[in-house]
Design a protein around this ligand. Structure first.
Ligand SMILES: [Zn+2]
Ligand SMILES: [Zn+2]
Length: 715
């Protein structure tokens, strides 16, 4: 009989909060192995002991079937010691980078089934969850992932829950968030109703057309009846919000009936992140919530709380983050009651404390691929691997800011915070900056920020912070996801960002060579951008500049694709003023998408720069329908971009920057690229917009991105 052997297995990746330890326990039991499994801050540590064949089988099964994603295993052989059992040992803190992340998970199918099962003791229980679902990052005070380190700590388990918690064969074996109606949190209203009575009252207010602030699993939402025009108008007025609104759909079937979906969109809707998915939709509700855009943001109920509301109301509800302008998402009862007093007619609260507020994630499918637009609940925090080790803290830019932090090869990307104009957002940003590296046990080292000295991130950065040009950060974020070998190109198209030459960039084609040396291969014909922070609000002014008027006052040379698109859309007669960011560009895209014919126009290529002047008379020709001009413009832009890229070296082209949130443009380009042998690489987990800048800053620093002929990139 061969002697027993012992192995230590260290697992990193997404392994906490996914039912990993119970899985390991059951597997070890099945194979008759001894030892232990425990969560550590840096991952999961397993010690298994037994005969070689069983140990090999253990490892094979573990690699193949363990829950969680992106796991890395390191195995170390040691001498066997005397032990007779397999146990889940208490969690431990250790010094390694916390490369195991906790992402909030939407309610799983098993919990959903129990929620609707009258005979189950968690029937209609709003806080139902298990080892594979429920809130994670939003309720975790410190790592490792253990009940005592979360908001669940103050709820003692009842006897029935205790028994499930300790039974290896139960699906809530060692579930951090185990609870039930007898021992868990409760719903209540501001005027003291509890449980089902609180729920009924909140739903009655919604039914009457009122606005209800609901505390969810990661922060507060404002809800109103989506079919009640007056209620929706009331919400917009109280929130002073003209932006598109999203819908919480009652059921998946409702989505299929009310929007066009393709496979990737249906998968995203039902995925564990439960994001808002931007779907193509038309009809009365679409026009009410996102006028002129032809899209509707749709989300499915992702928690027992939302399922509870839907079982009462069974109708679509408008769902929007509960925050004040310039301030972050509200996630505490007291703050909600005071800050939302003038907005909400009623409050549905609960007593599970939230540690982090996480906005809903937003995602759009383009060319069959999921592209994150906002790194909210379920999509962040994220973990990436950078090929070159480095320590840094990516500070972001100014809009849609988040943080990123790298130690050794591990890059952690934090959740969406917001724009840094508002004092509230800035406070939240500074708070995350001071706490998040410690939470993830990252020694972030050097701060990296945007080249623009007036951006909030730069103003708040330390004196020794290094800088990365905005568009290099954009390009490097997309590079991280695909890691093509040089040479390759990056189209970096967005609103504005400071270029290393001191002008405003935003329509660049960058050529990258070995060693991440880059140069500007091409751009667009520059125009004079009138100075002032609110220029993005008035595309009509850009239209006049493009038509040759000189604008009074100061101006700066600019090659912004975002501004060019908006200026041309305004010139076409679409609108003079944006009521929300990029409104005119989004309407221009929607018109193009619905067009049945297209007018013909083309950019000319001067060297490698796109000259837009030949477009002006065609775009301005009001004898042709707006939609035909819109489609013609998008086709011309897609053709021109591909021709420009063909002038560079390499077949891979990264698409980065907020302009590539435009699905029509991306899909026209992807269709055209195939014929030319170009491979377009889209953002995926990281957004095309400035939500990827922090990550890109870290990657630019690690990879040593530098402008050809310029001795030092980061200064
Ligand atoms: Zn579950
Ligand atoms: Zn219980």
């Amino acid at each position: 009989m061969p002697r027993p052997e012992c192995r230590h297995i260290q697992v990193t990746g997404l392994v906490q909060g996914v039912g990993f330890r119970p899985y390991v326990y059951r597997l070890a039991q099945q194979l008759g192995l001894q030892g232990e499994v425990r969560n550590r801050s840096s991952g999961v540590r397993i010690t298994v002991q037994g005969h070689m064949a069983a140990l090999d089988q253990f490892l094979t099964e573990l690699r193949r079937n363990a829950p969680g994603q992106r796991q890395e295993f390191s195995v170390e052989v040691a001498a066997a010691t005397a032990c007779s059992d397999f146990v889940i040992a208490p969690s431990q803190s250790d010094a390694g980078v916390a490369s195991t992340l906790l992402v909030d998970q939407a309610i799983c199918d098993d919990c959903r089934r129990e929620f609707h099962d009258q005979s189950d003791r968690r029937y209609h229980y709003p806080f139902i969850s298990c080892t594979s679902c429920g809130p994670r990052f939003s309720i975790c005070r410190r790592l490792p992932w253990d009940r005592n380190n979360t908001s669940w700590r103050r709820f003692s388990l009842c006897a029935a829950c205790r028994q499930e918690y300790e039974s290896p064969l139960d699906r809530r074996f060692h579930a951090v968030g185990i609870s039930c109606p007898d021992c868990g949190p409760v719903l209540f209203t501001a005027d003291g109703l509890q449980g089902d009575a609180a729920l009924q009252e909140a739903c009655a207010v919604l039914e009457r057309g009122g606005v209800v602030a609901v505390k969810g699993s990661a922060g507060f939402h404002l809800l109103v009846d989506a079919q009640n025009q007056a209620a929706v108008a009331g919400l917009r007025e109280r929130k002073r919000r003209s932006k598109p609104l999203a819908v919480l759909a009652p059921t998946f079937e409702w989505v299929l009936e009310n929007a066009h979906t393709e496979a990737a969109e249906r998968a995203a809707l039902k995925g564990a992140a439960a994001p808002i998915v931007l779907l193509r939709a038309y009809g009365e509700m679409q026009e009410l919530l996102a006028p002129g855009l032809g899209t509707l943001g749709v989300m499915l109920p992702s928690s027992g709380i939302q399922l509870s509301i839907m079982r009462e109301l069974q109708r679509p509800l408008v769902v929007t983050s509960a925050n004040l302008s310039g301030a972050p998402l509200i996630y505490e009862n007291d703050t909600a009651l005071s800050a939302l007093a003038d907005i909400a007619d009623a409050f549905l609260l609960h007593d599970l404390d939230l540690v982090q507020g996480l906005d809903d994630a937003v995602l759009r499918v383009m060319a069959g691929q999921s592209v994150s637009l906002r790194l909210g609940r379920g999509l962040a925090p994220q973990i990436h691997t950078v090929p070159v080790a480095r320590s840094s803290l990516g500070c972001g830019a100014h809009l849609k800011v988040n943080l990123a932090m790298q130690e050794r090869h591990t890059l952690i990307v934090g959740p969406y915070i917001g724009d840094l104009q508002g004092a509230g957002n800035r406070q939240r940003y500074l708070q995350q900056k001071s706490t998040m590296p410690a939470f993830f046990q990252i020694d972030a080292g050097t701060e990296v920020t945007d080249l623009h000295p007036d951006y909030g991130s730069s103003v708040e950065a330390d004196d020794h912070a290094l800088t990365v040009p905005h568009h290099v950060a954009h390009a490097m974020a997309v590079w991280l996801e695909h890691q093509p070998d040089p040479p390759f190109q990056a189209l970096t198209w967005d609103g504005v960002g400071l270029g290393p030459d001191g002008t405003v960039w935003g329509g660049e084609c960058l050529q990258f060579e070995a060693g991440m040396e880059w140069q500007r291969l091409g751009s667009i014909r520059p125009f004079q951008l009138p100075a002032g922070h609110d220029i993005a609000r008035f595309p009509g002014r850009i239209a006049r500049v493009l038509s040759g008027e000189t604008y009074p006052g100061r101006s700066i040379a600019c090659s912004s694709m975002g501004r060019l698109i908006e200026g041309l859309a305004a010139l076409a007669g679409l609108r003079e003023e944006n009521l929300f960011e990029a409104q005119v560009a989004m309407e221009w895209e929607a018109l193009g998408h619905r067009a049945t014919n297209a007018s013909h126009m083309d950019f000319t290529l001067v060297g490698a720069d796109l000259d837009w002047r030949p477009l002006l008379p065609v775009v301005a020709d009001r004898s042709v329908s707006l939609s035909a001009r819109a489609l013609g413009f998008h086709q011309a832009l897609a053709r021109a971009a591909l021709r420009q890229c063909r002038l560079g070296r390499g077949d891979s082209v990264l698409l980065s920057g907020g302009v590539f949130q435009n699905r029509l443009l991306v899909e026209l380009m992807v269709a055209g690229a195939r014929e030319l042998g170009l491979k377009l690489l889209l953002p995926g987990r990281l957004p095309p917009n400035d939500g990827s800048i922090a990550a890109g800053q870290c990657v630019a620093l690690a990879m040593g991105a530098k402008q050809t002929g310029v001795s030092q990139q980061c200064a």
